[in-house]
Ligand binder design. Structure first.
Ligand code: DGJ
Length: 632
């Protein structure tokens, strides 16, 4: 192709991207957009490059629209969202990598010649790599130095790479992964790429993250709950898994209300014959054997306890052992003549077909209407495979991966439009689809199936590179922990979980009186900081990937008059050193009282001279300091 400049326009505001999540503005003067039109006359095709700059954020949002005006069909083999050339290569590349239960661990390495890339070919953004990368100057740390952050607002296959050429320049490229992608355009049709968001920071990695946090929290997430403190929830999954009935659920709800929790979430297992994970996905009708009297009656009882009521669903999936599959076997994605690849014993529904989407969403809407649900958890427990849609001709199968993602977005949009007051949390077997695309629909995302407080330190630290804390679902669970077997103090579990969208996920009825007392106190303590978790400035202070004994982070209120430092001391030491910590983001001239001791320090003293961390005994001890501005 040979696209050359044709015309351009600059205007206030930012256009919506057809069918795709994207950052937005609330008034035209928040941002300006440049539309640059290039044309290749020999194939009668245009590309429109969209660049938006924000008044309040050091951000450029960029996407590309392909417009076909040719009588012959055009086939796109690659449609990346952005390509950025930097004049030198003296950066380190940071990305977030992992596996199930160990998501978004931070990796940092010096750029080398050639291509270094991260990607997903799993049909979702994946556990393995996140659609985020940063280039940091070698001397850049959490608080100073130049950093560029790149984030793709997309939830499917992606490629993100940096290429260093032999003239020592670096090129960043990001977009839908070209493998398995082939999109045909006829005359008058267009293709819109996802948006890539680029952030610049001279205040190191925290500076970059804070821009992502503010932008994504306020101009990517949407809806009633965007700016609201989220309810403290109790989730039934680790409490009962599939083994429950109505009395057990009501017992859990009762205990939750008694402890001060606010939202009851009925997780997997409430529908069809779902007593294990082999069956029933697609049969979105209540299992009356388990929940006698049905969901509306249960929800009414739970509402009667003063709790909100929420429900788990997994709309993109089908079990072979389901009424849905028996009736419509070709509604699953499967490649004709090939063996099917199952994962968690389930298949992906072919949601690229409108009749499939409509059928599933209508079933789910019926249930949500009937029980007046206040919250939905939308799960996705396997990646996309057997990628072939019976509804598309063979030569268009290269469209299925992207059509699948567009279908998810359309279904989620129908949910948020129909229930504007619903609190929506997305999830993918833990954090397998924790990305900016999802944040446009669900202001909170379940961070990981790993609820171990110590493992969560790394997961939540890594996630905070590109995503706000208010988006990270985090729960207190039982010990020994179900994923790691580790035993940690109840208070430490609370400290870690309350630095995200806070909840509990254990059988409260089996809790000791002492733990119940701690939980009550924890909930009250969380109430003191919930506004900071929701919209305060978040700082990473001590890195769990580098420091092997402390992890520390901090919230600062917008007016800088209040700050909370939280963390964990991992291991007890005999006759230990004194470790200092240095709060950030305070007003140097204000006086702050340490609420626990009554001692008063200037902001400058706290930030420059620091304070000693407590010398606790015993492993995995929680740390918490609260400082409030006082008159001198
Ligand atoms: C995976 C989720 O991450 C869990 O929280 C739980 O909802 C299960 N799926 C249910 O199958």
């Amino acid at each position: 192709v040979e696209f050359v400049y044709k015309e351009h326009k600059i205007y206030n505001g930012k256009p919506k991207l057809e069918g795709l999540p994207a950052t937005y503005v609330e008034s035209g003067d928040e941002a300006q957009t440049l539309e640059l039109v290039l044309e290749d006359t020999s194939i009668n095709t245009r590309i429109v490059l969209l660049y938006t700059i924000y008044e309040a954020f050091p951000v450029i949002a960029r996407s590309v629209r392909f417009e076909c005006d040719s009588d012959e069909k055009i086939t796109l083999l690659s449609a990346m969202s952005a390509c950025v050339d930097l004049p030198d290569k003296d950066y380190e590349m940071i990305d977030l990598a992992g596996v199930w239960a160990r998501e978004r661990h931070v990796r940092r390495h010096k750029l080398d010649y050639g291509i270094q890339s991260i990607y997903s070919m799993r049909g979702c953004s994946s556990y393995q790599f996140n659609p985020f990368l940063a280039l940091a100057r070698e001397n850049a740390d959490e608080f100073q130095g130049q950093v560029y952050g790149f984030s793709l607002v997309y939830s499917g296959n992606f490629l993100a790479q940096t290429e260093v050429d032999n003239y020592d320049t670096a090129r960043v490229l990001m977009g839908i992964h070209p493998n398995g992608f082939k999109w045909t355009l006829g005359k008058g049709e267009s293709f819109q790429t996802p948006e890539m968001v680029m952030v610049y920071s001279e205040a190191g990695l925290n500076g970059m993250s804070q821009t992502f946090h503010k932008l994504y929290r306020t101009r990517l997430a949407r809806g009633t709950w965007r700016d609201k403190v989220r309810p403290i929830l109790i989730n039934s999954w680790e409490a009962f898994y599939f083994d429950f009935d109505a009395p057990k659920l009501l017992g859990l709800a009762d205990a939750a209300a008694d402890l001060g929790m606010e939202l009851f979430v009925l997780d997997d297992g409430w529908f069809g014959k779902r007593d294990n994970d082999w069956c029933a996905l697609g049969d979105w009708e209540v299992n009356e054997e388990k929940i006698k009297g049905g969901l509306p009656a249960l929800a009414e009882r739970i509402h009667g306890l003063g709790l909100k009521f929420g429900l788990w669903v997994e709309p993109e999936m089908i079990s072979e052992d389901s009424d849905l599959y028996r009736e419509y076997p070709d509604w699953a994605l499967k490649i004709p003549g090939r063996a099917m690849n199952r994962s968690r014993h389930q298949l992906n529904l072919d949601i690229t077909r409108k009749e499939v989407r409509d059928h599933i969403m209508n079933q789910i809407f019926k249930v949500l209407d009937a029980c007046k649900a206040d919250y939905v958890k939308w799960d996705m427990n396997r990646s996309v495979d057997n990628v072939f849609s019976a509804a598309l001709p063979k030569e268009r199968q290269g469209e299925v991966y992207h059509r699948y993602v567009l279908a998810v977005y359309e279904m989620m949009e129908s949910l948020v439009q129909r229930y504007p007051n619903l609190l929506f949390e997305s999830c993918s077997g833990g954090g397998g689809r924790f990305d900016a695309g999802m944040l446009y629909y669900s202001p909170q995302i379940w961070c990981s199936d790993n609820t171990d407080a110590i493992d969560r330190l790394k997961i939540q630290y890594g996630t905070s590179f590109g995503y706000p804390v208010s988006a990270m679902g985090a729960h207190v669970s039982v010990c020994p922990n179900h994923q790691s077997g580790r035993i940690t103090p109840f208070e430490t579990r609370g400290t870690v979980a309350s630095s995200g969208t806070f909840g509990y996920e254990l059988d409260l009825m089996k809790m000791s009186e002492e733990d119940k007392k701690t939980a009550r106190e924890q909930i009250l303590k969380y109430k003191e900081i919930e506004h900071l978790v929701q919209s305060g400035d978040y700082y990473r202070l001590i890195n769990p990937f580098e420091n092997n004994n402390h992890v520390l982070w901090q919230f600062v209120s917008k007016d800088k008059k209040e700050t909370v430092v939280c963390g964990v001391r991992l291991h007890s030491e005999a006759n230990p050193y004194i470790y200092l910590f240095y709060p950030q983001g305070l007003d140097a001239d204000l006086h702050y009282e340490d609420i626990a001791t009554g001692k008063v320090y200037t902001g400058a003293a706290l930030m420059k001279a620091g304070l000693p961390l407590p010398l606790t005994t015993g492993d995995y001890q929680p740390i918490r300091f609260t400082f409030k501005a006082v008159e001198k």
